[in-house]
Each structure stands twice: as C-alpha cells, then as structure tokens.
Design a protein around this ligand. Structure first.
Ligand code: PGA
Length: 262
C-alpha cells in the first residue's frame, strides 16, 4: 500500500517542519517493522513547493519508506514561465512523486487532460513517479457518466505513454463530491470504479501492466474509514487531504493500513 499526504496550500514552512518531524519520529520505526502478515506501507508527503527542501532535510536521515512528493510541475524546462517550477528542479530537490491533474488544479487553474499528459512525460523523464488524479462530479455520477469520464481522462492523460512508463504512474480515483466533504465514497462505489480503471488500463496496455499500476482512492479518507477502505480489493493506497494536515489523524490512517491484512 501507499499513502500520500496532499497538504495542498496549507502550513507555512515552519509548520511543515514540525508536522514532518512528528510524522517521521512516530512512523519511521513502524514502517520498517512490517512482518509477513502485516501490510507494507510507503508514505509520501507532498507539501507546498516552498517547504519541499525543509521537509526533505527531515526525511533524509529516516528510512526510505517516507518519500517526498510535489503537488504539480510545469512541463517545460529552463524557460520563461514566471511562477512555475519544472520537473528537473523538483528532481534536484529529491522529489520522488508528483500529484498531477488534481481536481482543484482542473477547476481553478485550467488543468486539462492534455496538460496532464505533458506533465506526466516531464515527470517520468526526470525519474519522478506521477500520481494522476481522475474522478467525476456529482452531476456526472447522477447522469450515469462515471465510466465515460474516467475512460476519457485515462486515455487522454496516457496518450503516448509506453507500458514501461505507465508502470511508473499511479492513478488516484478522487470523486469530486467526496473531496473535503466528509462524505467518502462507499466501498462498493470505490471497488466498482477501481475495477473499471484496471480494465481500462488492461485494454490500453495489458493485464500484467494494469496490475502493476497502483490505484489509490482519495476523498474524505479518515482514521474512521481507512481500515474499511484498505480492505477493498482494487485499492492499493490512499491520497489524503484534510486528515493529512494533523499529525495524529494521519498517523491513525497509517496505523489502520499497517494493521490491515497483507
Ligand atoms: P480530502 O482531500 O482528503 O480532504 O477529501 C483529498 C484530496 O483532495 O486529495
């Protein structure tokens, strides 16, 4: 399993430093103690750009099960793009993962499947794994269009991505109506969409490739529902927003994952 903390635009660098110290001191020993019948879990922390370096310093001496991630990048390198950050800059800082195509990027900053596609290519060519967010709005769900939306997002985001590259990508299914609403999708809703995502990947590449691509669920994951969500067959991890901002809540989610059956 893999659990990704998306801190969004929360926490100053000093707050980010305190939170990551607390997470590292509690979680590092637990993550490295995994036995045969308990679940292995990798943790990724995605702070705002300005805190990446500070968080990296705290993670460095710890074990490699807590990795650094970013929340976006620009696909160009070394060019006149005021305000943007490129993949080679992130790689130089030790960033191992990047969240791409988050619904807030799509809603507020004109992100679309074609820009996500360019960003995935930039990430992969700098050895950064891409966590690609997909998901439908409540209106689209009510109109019975979930599969159409997900299919289009995956096909357009993965355009021109080989299967060797695809296995360095993760997909996060985040229904828009579950993000920050305290109303997570039900286990059957999650399994249905995750299985569908797996089938789209299988058609696009092949069965083996589809099983290697980790599919995360995101949208109001909390300590109260993490254990149940972790049991879902096609769930390989979580993308956590609000609950990742508070040390005790995030630790409880990780503990729930670690105690779920392997
Ligand atoms: P949430 O956010 O956990 O606060 O619902 C998830 C996300 O936006 O990635």
């Amino acid at each position: 399993m893999i659990v990704v903390a998306n801190w969004k635009m929360f926490h100053t660098p000093s707050q980010a430093e305190m939170l990551s110290k607390s997470l590292v001191s509690t979680l590092s020993p637990k993550l490295s103690q995994v036995t045969n019948d308990s679940q292995a879990c990798e943790v990724v922390i995605c702070p705002p750009y300005v805190s990446l370096e500070r968080v990296k310093t705290i993670l460095s001496p710890a074990d490699s099960s807590i990795r650094l991630g970013a929340q976006d990048l620009h696909w160009e390198e070394q060019s006149a793009r005021t305000g943007k950050v490129s993949a080679d800059m992130l790689a130089d800082l030790g960033v191992a993962y990047v969240i791409l195509g988050h619904s807030e990027q799509r809603e507020y900053f004109h992100e679309n499947n074609s820009s996500v596609n360019k960003k995935i290519k930039a990430a992969l060519s700098n050895n950064i794994k891409a966590i690609i967010c997909v998901g439908e709005s409540i209106e689209q769900r009510e109109m019975g269009k979930v599969n159409d939306i997900i299919n289009k997002q995956i096909l357009e985001c993965f355009l021109g991505i080989s299967k060797e590259e695809a296995i360095k990508c993760l997909i996060a299914y985040e229904p828009l109506w579950a993000i920050g609403t305290a109303k997570a999708a039900t286990s059957s809703e999650v399994q249905e969409v995750h299985a569908y995502i797996r089938s789209v990947l299988s058609d696009l590449y092949d069965h083996e490739t589809a099983t290697k691509i980790q599919i995360l669920y995101g949208g109001s994951v909390k300590e109260e529902n993490a254990a149940d969500l972790a049991l879902i067959r096609d769930v390989d991890g979580f993308l956590v927003g609000g609950a990742s901002l508070v040390a005790e809540k995030f630790k409880a989610i990780i503990m729930a994952v670690l105690s779920s059956p392997a």
